[in-house]
Design a protein around this ligand. Structure first.
Ligand code: FES
Length: 275
């Protein structure tokens, strides 16, 4: 059990919760996640740990309300309790001094790239960050990313803030401007991570993608996070979440995601017609 010691609304649909969970706060490393569950019958929700405070015994998570379970979690208020919390889970991200690292966060993926970016900066890397969202309202953690980055580029799909365009446009510009990049870390929608890898592959820049966004139950049981990496089947929640982006079969992943979207749509329509 964990209780909510703080709650912040980052956007109407994206909430940040600070949870009191001392044991996990002591152990968690950048890139790892926890699974939370609201109610005895609630679904398991895997969430990246954005920050932790070992002394206070708290950890911070960011969630986007997309289905019933995340809506329920997002509706909890300060002082309320979360039925279950388990973690830290997944493998920590590789953190060492690579040289110049570009960390890219798309949408709520920024919450997942932030702890890794911070650790990479702490390890002595020159950190250039790119964060993007559909529009200004959906942009999160700008201030925090700015604080830890040597340079921060912001993009919005609709041009309502920062540079008009995608995070990949900003990455291409950095490359065109002659920046020598030793490593790229990208977290966001699958299509975005795939597009980043297409660019970096041509330049031979090692690229790590964190496949947290495709996880559903985070336990190795639902199979939603199945992914082919270097011709082998892997599970993002157990074998990852970080993988060599150039080895990931994104085509297959995108195909499967489209299938899920279709199923989700049918489930949502059914739910609405049952009301
Ligand atoms: S998220 Fe369900 S198996 Fe990995």
């Amino acid at each position: 059990m964990a209780y909510i010691s703080e709650k912040r609304e980052l956007t109407p649909e994206i909430k940040q919760l600070v949870l009191s969970a001392p044991e996990i706060a002591q152990k968690v490393k950048p890139g790892q996640f926890v699974i939370v569950r609201c109610g005895e019958k609630g679904e398991r929700i895997p969430l990246t740990v954005v920050e932790q405070d070992e002394e206070k015994g708290t950890l911070s998570i960011i969630l986007q309300e997309v289905g019933n379970s995340t809506k329920k979690l997002g509706s909890l208020e300060k002082g309320e309790e979360i039925t279950d919390i388990a973690g830290p889970l997944g493998n920590p991200s590789e953190v060492m001094n690579f040289g110049t690292v570009v960390c890219i966060g798309g949408g709520v993926g920024t919450a997942m790239v932030y702890p890794v970016a911070k650790a990479l900066k702490g390890a002595g890397n020159r950190l250039v960050s790119i964060i993007g969202a559909k529009n200004r309202q959906l942009l999160i953690l700008e201030e925090q990313m700015r604080k830890i980055s040597d340079r921060l580029l912001v993009t919005t799909d609709d041009g309502s803030y920062g540079t008009h365009g995608f995070v990949t446009d900003a990455l291409e510009k950095l490359i065109a401007d002659g920046l020598t990049i030793d490593r790229v870390v990208a977290v966001g929608p699958v299509a975005m991570m795939s597009a980043v890898c297409r660019i970096t592959e041509k330049q031979d820049i090692q690229t790590i993608v964190s496949l947290n966004p495709i996880m559903v139950d985070g336990t190795g049981m639902c199979g939603a996070c199945r992914v082919t990496v270097a011709g082998e089947t892997k599970f993002a929640c157990i074998d990852g979440p970080d993988f060599d982006g150039h080895q990931v079969n994104f085509e297959e992943l995108l195909r499967r995601q489209r299938m899920y979207l279709q199923e989700e749509k049918i489930a949502l329509e059914k739910e609405n017609s049952d009301k």
